[in-house]
Write a protein of this length. Structure first.
Lengths: 157, 779
């Protein structure tokens, strides 16, 4: 089928099999390998991307569902020279070890902050429930999200 | 050296920039032109005879390239996957190794065991073809339960029973005598639950073969690419070492599960030459559950004797360890040498005896998982001490303190083979008690009670043996190879430094910490030091990362190589300054003699483009060193858990966790804290959530994240972590290793807290809401 969508601000028109998952489209066709696949039951969250600004699990979204919509992956969030505050906070707080869960955590965390709800240790932990990290024990991830949350809210003011 | 980047500084990790921007290079992110895709055929049965595998239909699928079975790999002379550690039974006989072909030939022995590989143009075609393979199995009765496996009929043809070994350590007669003379004996039956490691990056392999020169290249998710190459060359005989390059690029966590040489990367590499195409294979999570080596799975009976004053007089332990269907790479050593030797814990127990029956079952192979043997030992020691304290009406902290090895007792020879070099266990305990506000626990308990909840507190004063391993000792104990680590330091002509290490980072941050060490030692700016690892084509040799060995062994090798750089640089500098080498000192990156001074950079330049140069010296400034540790290192610490149990639901909330660890000197405290946090969450997972369960037919009932409960962010609290320091006495950095401590100490502390809250010792891991709810109701 023919598919038109915007990924990280760039418009794409592609021919894909109708059963293609968004995760595969991103990784295999667009070579955006920052979106990871960690499970086959839609539970690890490693594939999280933004679809029109909301976080979704790209392993559970058909590419066809993104017709005419905007996808943002970690590659569209910031670069080493121009980090998003959430990316910077992850590094500053040592919120990653192997890095495999990290792009997805960052995308989920950005949405959590942007949703505008009050953030504290508990709400951040609940908000990250859909993303598994096996390395960090979450302690520093929570710290990073709270730190970046303040920076982002500061920026927004 | 700069206080911001030297030893002891919380330097931000340089590897992070690529990970936080999605630029990491994990194996599945890599692609090579012309690559085909592999899908493994896996046994649906726990135990079955393979009568026939018919691939005719599968090969009709458009894009299907080949189907290989165990018959093919066997006919081509592919060797078995070896177990690298020979354990001897108490009667002196060698352990019984069941042959472990990379693809099952005539019989499958666990659900998920690979018996074939399908290769196709696309992943979709490979999956489709795999479904069309017609395999004729004849089901056989499986053996599943750990405790009864030894008596069951043998699962492997040609073996007399399911016993791989009957191993012991310590003086049984003396231990028995001390137990019968004891004033009090505490007895405890314990289960250490089977765990499934679950690094979030599934295993993967991308293999290429170049027919023009006969070279294979395997990129794979490995914690030790050199060991992988050694085994694939020397044992499996895929290709000679100089024709096989193994690269472990960015690896998304390991926790032990990526140490081992598995069937999948072996067969994919072999098949790349057969098909004449690069082949990529990436595990689906369900395959990780079925076919990654699992961890733990012990059934234990333990007895602890105490005298009138509460001093431990004897500990006797009998354990049945489930090894799975085959002996994995290090599987035999985990419930023996990494377990029995740690049963002295932090205490002066004079008599200890341990016996381990290692058994085969129709389950996935069991091998090292974070902590490997040491969490199991800690669980036995720390659970039984807690029970003894309760039985004899003593404060659990004070009972521990009474029995602890004192700082003046080091070096301390335990009755189970190890010599602890140094430690101060009381200092860690004292600090932990303060941080946990032990004195205020009564009040907190009362407050919980008032809210309809039960509160409990539990301790665990663990010890571990890390820095694998003093080679002589390891070989005496059955290791197939010595366990040196290698390092090479190349000072480039312009003075920048390239470090090659045999350690491998899959989350630990070596690119940062090893650069800190070398920049500190050689006085070169941190940013001028690059760390290269994980590639047999670039690094001469290495034994990789496991057993918290990277810094203690790999880091020490770098110190030795740095010393050689300084020694050689001193001779070059002396020549250049026309001074005696003895008069030249090396300080902060410069060679100094009298009022003359040459930087390392100047000396390096002179070394590579020599004009006026010492006649008896090789040009160049690159040195390597192999470091063999004199002894294990012995990180130790005190962990205190506090839990709150909801009587209505049985849910155990980990309310507070304090860990005070002694890792010796710390290179990067930020990274060390992170390692502890991660280990604690895995330990909390073992204690409260995770359980790999096979049903009676040998089907894995916890084969996905829907039924294997991984710790998530809201399952754990913020952790309070701190350190004490007694530097390791026998390595140049004074470091001990920090990667496993969290997972070693915490399960016992948490279960001690749960049993304290419930007032019964009869809780098995994981302490699920259902189990706790039943216990609360006496069911
Ligand atoms: S890959 Fe695990 S949730 Fe999408
Ligand atoms: S950093 Fe490794 S899984 Fe999160």
């Amino acid at each position: 089928m023919n598919l038109s969508l915007t990924v990280n601000g760039v418009e794409h028109s592609l021919d894909v099999p109708a059963n293609t998952l968004l995760a595969d489209l991103l990784r295999s066709q667009l070579r955006l390998t920052g979106t990871h696949v960690g499970c086959d039951t839609s539970q690890c969250g490693a594939c999280t991307v933004h679809l029109d600004g909301r976080s979704v699990k790209a392993c559970t979204v058909l590419a066809a569902q993104t017709q005419g919509r905007a996808v943002t992956t970690i590659e569209g969030i910031g670069s080493p020279d121009d980090l998003h505050p959430m990316q910077a906070a992850f590094r500053d707080c040592h919120a990653l070890q192997c890095g495999f869960c990290t792009p997805a955590m960052i995308l989920r965390a950005i949405e959590l902050v942007e949703s505008g709800s009050a953030l504290d240790n508990r709400t951040v932990r609940e908000g990250l429930e859909g993303n598994i990290c096996r390395c960090t024990g979450y302690h520093n991830i929570v710290k990073a999200v709270l730190t970046a949350g303040e920076a982002m809210q500061e920026q927004a003011r | 050296m700069s206080a911001e980047t030297g030893i002891g500084a919380a330097v931000k990790r340089r590897e992070d920039l690529r990970f936080i921007t999605g630029q990491g290079n994990y194996t599945d992110d890599l692609n090579v032109p012309g690559q085909a895709y592999g899908v493994f055929l896996r046994s649906p049965y726990a135990r079955a005879r393979i009568n026939a595998v018919d691939a005719a239909d599968a090969l009709q699928v458009e894009g299907a390239l080949a189907v290989f079975t165990g018959q093919d790999t066997a006919a081509d002379g592919l060797g078995d996957l070896p177990c690298g550690w020979l354990v001897k039974s108490r009667d002196g006989s060698d352990m019984v190794s069941a042959p472990h072909p990379p693809l099952a030939v005539s019989q499958v022995n666990y659900v998920g065991e690979p018996y074939g590989l399908v290769v196709a143009e696309s992943l979709a075609a490979a999956r489709q073809a795999a479904e069309r393979v017609d395999a004729d199995f004849e089901e056989l009765t499986p053996v599943v339960a750990t405790a009864r496996a030894a008596q069951a009929s043998p699962i492997h043809q040609g073996l007399e029973d399911n016993l791989a070994y009957d191993w012991e350590l310590g003086d049984e007669a003396a231990t028995d005598a001390a137990l019968s003379a004891a004033v009090h004996v505490t007895r405890l039956d314990l289960t250490n639950n089977r765990l499934i490691p679950n690094a979030i990056e599934p295993r993967a392999a991308l293999a290429t073969f170049d027919p023009t020169n006969g070279e294979y290249q395997l990129r794979t998710t490995s914690q030790n690419p050199h060991l992988e190459r050694l085994v694939l060359s020397a044992f499996v005989q895929i290709a000679p070492e100089h024709k096989l390059r193994v690269v472990a690029p960015d690896v998304g966590g390991g926790f032990g599960s990526k140490i081992f040489v598995y069937a999948e990367e072996t067969v994919v590499t072999w098949a790349a030459a057969k098909v004449g195409r690069p082949i990529k294979w990436t595990a689906q999570r369900s395959e990780s559950f079925l076919a990654d080596a699992h961890g733990r799975d012990h059934v234990t009976h333990a007895e602890l004797g105490l005298d009138e004053a509460g001093r431990f007089t004897a500990l006797k332990v009998s354990t049945t360890a489930n090894l799975g269907a085959y002996l994995s790479t290090f599987g035999s050593s985990v419930p023996t040498y990494l377990y029995g030797t740690l049963l002295a814990g932090q205490y002066k127990t004079p008599n200890i005896h341990v016996r381990t029956h290692g058994v085969y079952t129709n389950t996935a192979p069991v091998d090292a998982y974070r902590g490997a043997g040491r969490p199991e030992a800690t669980f036995v020691v720390e659970r039984i001490i807690e029970a003894a304290a309760r039985e004899t009406g003593r404060d659990p902290a004070e009972l521990r303190r009474l029995n602890m090895i004192a700082p003046e007792d080091f070096p301390y020879q335990t009755p189970v083979a190890l010599v602890y070099d140094t430690g101060n266990y009381q200092a860690s305990l004292d600090k932990a008690l303060r941080l946990a506000d032990y004195a205020g626990f009564g009040q907190r308990r009362a407050a919980s009670q008032a809210a309809g909840k039960r509160r409990g507190i539990g301790f665990s004063c663990y010890i571990e043996a890390c820095g694998l391993a003093p080679s002589q000792l390891a070989i005496q104990l059955g290791a197939g190879v010595g366990l040196y680590e290698s390092g090479e330091i190349r000072v480039n002509p312009t003075g920048s430094v390239t470090v090659f290490t045999g350690s491998h980072s899959h989350g630990q941050g070596h690119e940062t910490t090893f650069a800190q060490v070398v920049s500190d030692k050689l006085g070169v700016p941190f940013d001028d030091v690059e760390v290269v690892h994980g590639d047999t084509g670039r690094v001469e040799f290495g034994l990789g990362t496991y057993g918290s060995r990277s810094l203690a062994v790999g880091g020490s090798a770098l110190i030795c190589a740095s010393d050689k750089i300084i020694a050689k640089g001193t001779r070059i500098a002396a020549h250049m300054m026309q001074a005696e080498p003895d008069s030249v000192a090396f300080e902060a990156g410069a060679f100094i003699s009298g009022n003359q001074r040459l930087t390392l950079q100047e000396v390096a330049f002179a070394a590579y483009v020599p004009a006026d140069y010492p006649p008896d010296l090789e040009p160049g400034l690159s040195e390597k060193a192999f470091y063999d540790p004199e002894n294990f290192t012995y990180p130790a610490g005190a962990h205190i858990a506090e839990v709150e149990v909801d009587e209505a639901t049985g849910v155990v909330q980990l309310a507070n966790f304090v860990a005070v660890d002694d890792f010796g000197h710390v290179i990067n405290p930020m990274i060390v804290d992170g390692q502890v946090h991660g280990g604690l969450a895995q330990g909390a997972g073992q204690a409260l959530l995770e359980h790999g369960i096979y049903d009676a037919d040998g089907q894995l009932t916890t084969g996905s994240y829907m039924d294997y409960c991984m710790p998530r962010a809201d399952d754990v609290p913020d952790f309070t972590v701190d350190t004490t320091v007694t530097p390791c006495t026998h390595n140049p950095l004074g470091v001990k290793g920090c990667g496993e401590a969290g997972a070693i100490g915490s399960p016992a502390a948490i279960i001690n807290a749960v049993t304290d809250a419930l007032g019964t010792e009869d809780i098995t891991m994981p302490a699920t809401p259902e189990q706790v709810w039943r216990k609360l109701r006496g069911l």
